[in-house]
Design a protein around this ligand. Structure first.
Ligand code: ADP
Ligand code: MG
Length: 363
């Protein structure tokens, strides 16, 4: 089921006496979520992710714009008529009900032709439980489960009606690091197995990048960029997106372009043919540095961190906009840790230039 968002806007009345005007939580959001795909809705806290999700599931009504599931306009349908399954950050299970009763719950108020017998409900509950591998826990109460198990129950409950669209709002935030990793892979597996169109909301760029077919990056209620994760990482449209994606984060320098050459701190570091003469913010991905004795970019060496296969060279540069320059280099390369300076040449496709004023990408 494809989901179409057309010029979705949501404003809230401003209760603060000091500030004027409404709070614009989501502004003019237009996007088509392809059928059967997993979309990662990504951005910092307060950028409008949950509001967008709530509008898709019907818990909040848009101030303007339309939502379509396939060809059907669902903008004014109540949540229970939309065929959506929702999972929230805090699992929101009923504490006095068993796991099985929790999963069955959404099936109990089906009416008319949809009404199920007790046996049918049980069968569906077990089917959903199998999907998230909690069949053995069906008689327990939520209080007797770990966080990860509770979240699986919440997912099973969202899946039990075989929703047309699955909506997940920061579903992994309450889990520890290892469980987070494991559960996100599980969500991906379930999504692929069932082919349900899914929106996955998170503020964690790595999480979104690792499991989404498409990511949507938001800031202040406005969509900044959409695309396949690698595409957006390689070709961010502006400085915000470039900074938001990637660990370690992109390194930023003051620089300028003169006659098709890029200068950082006076040194001619790279040919940038076609870029107009101007002052720029230079973004260099950590993997964009090549350690080279005669490399044009000279940094003061501060230290080396070994990270298994790779090493991270930490250094400093006067034109750097961050306290540390982090470059990731293959561990087979020898770094002279006694030296004061390290010199780099740069991989052209890992160097991104942004306008100083608009922060738009210019090269
Ligand atoms: P996110 O999920 O990305 O953290 P939200 O969608 O929850 O962001 O919020 C977006 C913006 O809308 C925030 O500035 C938030 O304070 C505001 N907001 C959200 N819900 C309400 C509400 N019910 N009333 C007023 N403002 C709200
Ligand atoms: Mg939120």
């Amino acid at each position: 089921m494809k989901v179409v968002l057309q010029n979705l806007t949501k404003t809230f009345p401003n209760r603060s006496r000091k500030a004027d005007g409404d709070v614009v939580a989501v502004k003019d959001f237009t996007f088509e979520i392809p059928d059967g795909k997993m979309v990662g809705l990504l951005g910092p806290s307060g950028c409008g992710k949950s509001t967008t999700l709530f509008m898709i599931c019907g818990l909040q009504e848009p101030t303007a714009g339309r939502i379509l599931f396939g060809e059907e306009d669902v903008t004014s349908l109540p949540p229970e008529k939309r065929g959506v399954g929702v999972v929230f950050q805090n699992y929101a299970l009923y504490p006095h009900l068993t796991v099985k009763q929790n999963i069955i719950f959404p099936l109990q108020n089906l009416k008319g032709t949809e009404k199920l017998t007790k046996a049918q409900m049980e069968e569906k509950a077990y089917e959903a439980a199998r999907l998230v591998q909690i069949e053995a826990l069906m008689e327990r109460k939520p209080g007797e489960l770990s966080g990860g198990q509770q979240q699986r129950v919440a997912i099973a409950r969202a899946m039990v009606k075989m929703p047309r669209v699955l909506l997940l709002d920061e579903p992994l935030s309450n889990l520890d690091a290892r469980l987070r990793l494991q559960t996100r892979e599980e969500i991906r597996r379930i999504q692929k197995e069932t082919g349900i169109t899914t929106v996955f909301v998170t503020h964690d760029q790595e999480e979104a990048m690792s499991i989404s077919d498409v990511i949507v990056v938001m800031k202040d209620g406005v969509v900044q960029q959409t695309g396949r994760p690698q595409e957006v990482y390689d070709n961010p449209v502006n400085l915000f997106v470039a900074k938001f994606l990637g660990t370690p984060p992109i390194n930023l320098f003051d620089g300028n372009v003169r006659n098709g050459r890029l200068y950082i701190g006076g040194a001619d570091v790279l040919g940038v043919e076609g870029a107009a003469d101007q002052d720029v913010t230079v973004g260099i991905r950590p993997e964009g540095f090549i350690l080279e004795d005669k490399g044009p970019l000279a940094c003061r060496l501060s230290g080396i961190e070994v990270m298994g296969r790779d090493i991270s060279v930490v250094s400093a540069h006067d034109a750097s906009l961050n306290p540390a320059v982090r470059s990731v280099i293959n561990a087979e390369k020898q770094v002279d840790t006694g030296g004061e300076m390290v010199r780099f040449s740069l991989k052209p496709n890992k160097v991104l230039l942004f306008a100083k004023d608009t922060e738009e990408r210019v090269y």
